[in-house]
Design a binder for this molecule. Structure first.
Ligand SMILES: *[C@@H]1O[C@H](CO)[C@@H](O)[C@H](O)[C@H]1NC(C)=O
Ligand SMILES: *[C@@H]1O[C@H](CO)[C@@H](O)[C@H](O)[C@H]1NC(C)=O
Ligand SMILES: *[C@@H]1O[C@H](CO)[C@@H](O)[C@H](O)[C@H]1NC(C)=O
Ligand SMILES: *[C@@H]1O[C@H](CO)[C@@H](O)[C@H](O)[C@H]1NC(C)=O
Ligand SMILES: *[C@@H]1O[C@H](CO)[C@@H](O)[C@H](O)[C@H]1NC(C)=O
Length: 658
């Protein structure tokens, strides 16, 4: 009872503060009572971090009380104006999170939205729905073709949807040259945005500039936007942001807002500092100071600066407990040199865990692939490194050899054997690559089974791969399939990478029980292997959502029940395959994909079926009476399936960078 009264009292307190004032200014956010959720917080400097580089993937910050956006109830839309200073600071200069948006929303309850490409604004059901009542100005740093994004560095006006009504590459008008100059949103530099809406003419202007320069006299975007169906009587204003595979700190330094007038100016002197991940700033200052000293000193000191720079450039983390792993340890300097300083040119690919670079080791001339994984070094690192080193002892011709590792602040580097033919999924799904023959595919299928059997049963301890899929099957120079990337999923489970609340795996390969128990087993690996078999035989991804969601297992199963299972095989094979082998692979795929873990075969059995050493059991319709789609829906998989970084979004980040 008492708490109820207190609740009502608090409610009145909040309610009484609504929209009495039609303006606010925050030069820093210390002591504010904003509505924050998810990853969002205010740091001791007063910086509003809508998302940062270690916490959850998305967050929201709203001014606590709503504003009347209409002159009277149901009346005309008022003008409003807002300006804010922001910075996006990434751990890696090449890639960033998804972006930040200024939001005008009817509700602050955005609990049903998704991170990644949805930047914490919508989800796949409500994106585009006019009952959202959301106006957003997106500062988008990831090109998403699904929403028609023009590039990976743009500003857009979004109305109830992530498909912008108007968008333009980030730039600002420079009146001295009368030209727009490009800005890189995720550069780590502070920038200012002005959002001005003129209610009578329905003109919405969005202006961008580097911080502390006067407002450019031409907006970046100027659009006629009829907000009468978007804006409810009272609306909240705030920010949203999200990260995907890479974590960026999306910060707001200062913000002002005014209804029916011009937003007050921001006092730059009072703004909190932009966070720094790089240490080079200090040595630069040092260099500047030294130029005023005598020539001799300068010569001496520049030596020091070079030394300091080198030190920070090649700085590593090496703790006492790692000494015993010495032989497995690579120096960062060597990896830096091997990959030409992690040049974009050397980028082999990018996935959920990090970017992979090609390199040649300086002394041995061995070709390697170096994977950079961002991590929070404090938690679970010891166990993880122990595991990496033990994984490094695995030797099998269908397993990609892990050669060693290196640790830096916030980053882990893994060094693997270089696989010249990249990953299998490219051959299956990219039209630019030649089609693999059935003989090649069948050999890869057997190779992967053999590698997985080794991990599950033939090595000294059971190794669960946790993320079997076509993109983790790499092809060596002879087109043998080799399992890569195992154990990395463990990094997530040890909690050393954010997103620990998510089950690790990839959509379409995750066994139904994994969602319930969260526990990876050899049987969950077998499930993923089943999805992989069907993917290789049918040339289709386990789940396709082009028009409507198609679950490959269900589709093959339906065809098998109708007696037309061969109709599901990849048309690019032009029917050039052994019918017996194809049928075996399809049926084995179904068997491995059984929703009951106990009904799936073990890898030794799988190997025997593939080698023809054991007769394949007769599958009865009753036995295979399931639908993975309905199971997944029942397990409530949708949320985290959709929140796992989509390869499409991350791939476009690379093509943007190249
Ligand atoms: C908006 O501002 C104009 C002039 O600045 C004023 O005449 C008008 O009454 C204001 N409207 C509201 C609803 O405050
Ligand atoms: C927020 O919305 C969700 C549904 O989207 C609902 O389940 C939840 O109760 C709401 N929370 C509050 C505090 O209104
Ligand atoms: C839009 O959202 C409303 C309310 O959530 C829902 O009733 C309606 O079916 C949705 N419309 C579409 C086209 O999805
Ligand atoms: C929007 O920009 C146009 C073009 O520069 C300008 O004429 C107009 O006054 C601006 N409107 C607002 C509300 O800033
Ligand atoms: C704005 O949209 C509303 C609702 O669709 C419509 O009634 C109104 O005529 C529109 N205003 C203008 C100027 O087009």
């Amino acid at each position: 009872m008492a708490s109820k009264i207190l609740g009502i009292f608090l409610f009145l307190l909040v309610a009484s503060s609504t929209a009495k004032d039609d303006t606010f200014t925050f030069n820093g956010f210390r002591g504010t009572n904003f509505r924050l959720d998810g990853a969002t917080y205010v740091n001791p400097d007063g910086l509003l971090l809508v998302t940062d580089t270690v916490r959850e993937k998305m967050g929201h910050a709203f001014y606590p009380s709503p504003f009347q956006f209409r002159s009277s109830r149901g009346g005309k839309i008022l003008s409003f104006s807002s300006t804010f200073v922001f910075a996006m600071v990434s751990q890696f200069t090449e890639v960033s999170g998804c972006g930040l948006a200024f939001v005008v929303s009817a509700t602050t309850n955005l609990s049903a939205v998704l991170p990644d490409q949805y930047i914490g604004l919508f989800n796949k059901e409500n994106n585009g729905n006019s009952s959202n009542h959301v106006l957003a100005i997106e500062l988008d740093t990831l090109q998403n073709l699904e929403f028609g994004d023009i590039d990976g560095n743009h500003v857009g006006i979004d109305i109830n949807s992530l498909t912008s009504v108007s968008a333009r590459t980030a730039s600002y008008y420079d009146s001295t040259t009368n030209q727009f100059k490009k800005l890189s949103l995720a550069s780590g530099q502070a920038m200012q945005v002005w959002v001005d809406y003129e209610g009578d003419d329905m003109i919405l202007n969005v202006t961008l500039s580097p911080v502390e320069t006067p407002k450019p006299n031409q907006p970046l975007l100027s659009s006629i936007v009829n907000l009468s169906n978007v804006v409810s009587d009272s609306m909240y204003v705030g920010f949203t942001s999200a990260n995907a595979a890479f974590f960026t700190a999306h910060c707001v330094l200062g913000w002002s807002f005014k209804m029916n007038g011009t937003a007050p100016a921001i006092d730059y002197k009072k703004l909190p500092p932009v966070p720094q991940f790089k240490t080079s700033g200090r040595s630069r200052k040092l260099a500047i100071w030294l130029t005023v000293a005598s020539t001799l000193l300068v010569v001496l000191a520049s030596g020091v600066v070079v030394f300091v720079r080198r030190r920070t450039k090649y700085a590593e983390l090496l703790e006492d407990w790692e000494r015993e792993y010495g032989p497995h340890r690579f120096s960062y300097k060597d990896l830096f040199k091997a990959t030409n300083g992690f040049k974009v040119k050397e980028l082999l690919g990018i996935g959920g865990f990090g970017m992979v670079y090609r390199g040649v080791l300086p002394t041995s001339n061995i070709q390697v692939a170096v994977k950079r994984v961002s991590h929070d070094s404090k938690q679970g690192m010891k166990e993880f490194v122990a595991e990496i080193v033990s994984i490094g002892q695995l030797r099998h011709r269908n397993v990609v050899q892990l050669l060693g590792y290196c640790r830096r602040k916030g980053e882990l580097l893994l060094v693997y054997d270089y696989m010249p033919n990249a990953s299998l999924d490219k051959f299956l799904h990219e039209r630019s690559k030649p089609t693999l023959t059935w003989a090649q595919r069948f050999r890869i299928i057997k190779g992967v089974a053999s590698g997985l059997l080794y991990l599950h049963e033939d090595w000294e301890q059971v190794v669960i791969h946790r993320d079997i899929k076509a993109s983790n099957v790499l092809l060596d120079s002879e087109m043998n399939g080799r399992l890569g990337d195992f154990g990395l999923a463990r990094l997530y489970e040890h909690g050393s990478v954010p997103q620990t609340t998510h089950v690790v795996g990839t959509i379409g390969y995750i066994a139904p029980e994994l969602g319930r128990t969260g526990k990876a087993t050899t049987a969950t690996d077998v499930f993923a292997y089943g999805a992989f078999l069907l993917e290789v035989a049918c040339g289709r991804r386990p789940i396709e959502s082009k028009s409507e969601q198609m679950v490959l297992v269900d589709w093959v199963l339906e065809n098998w029940k109708k007696g037309s299972v061969l109709a599901t095989c990849d048309p690019r094979l032009r029917e050039e395959f052994s019918v017996a082998e194809m049928e075996l692979v399809l049926k084995l795929g179904l068997l491995c994909s059984h929703p009951l873990p106990a009904a799936r075969p073990g890898m030794r059995q799988v190997m025997q079926f593939l080698d023809g050493d054991a007769a394949f059991p007769e599958l009865t319709p009753a036995y295979l009476n399931f639908s993975i789609l309905s199971l997944l829906e029942k397990e409530g998989f949708d949320d985290y399936i959709m929140s796992f970084p989509s390869t499409m979004a991350t791939m476009s980040a690379v093509s943007g960078a190249m």
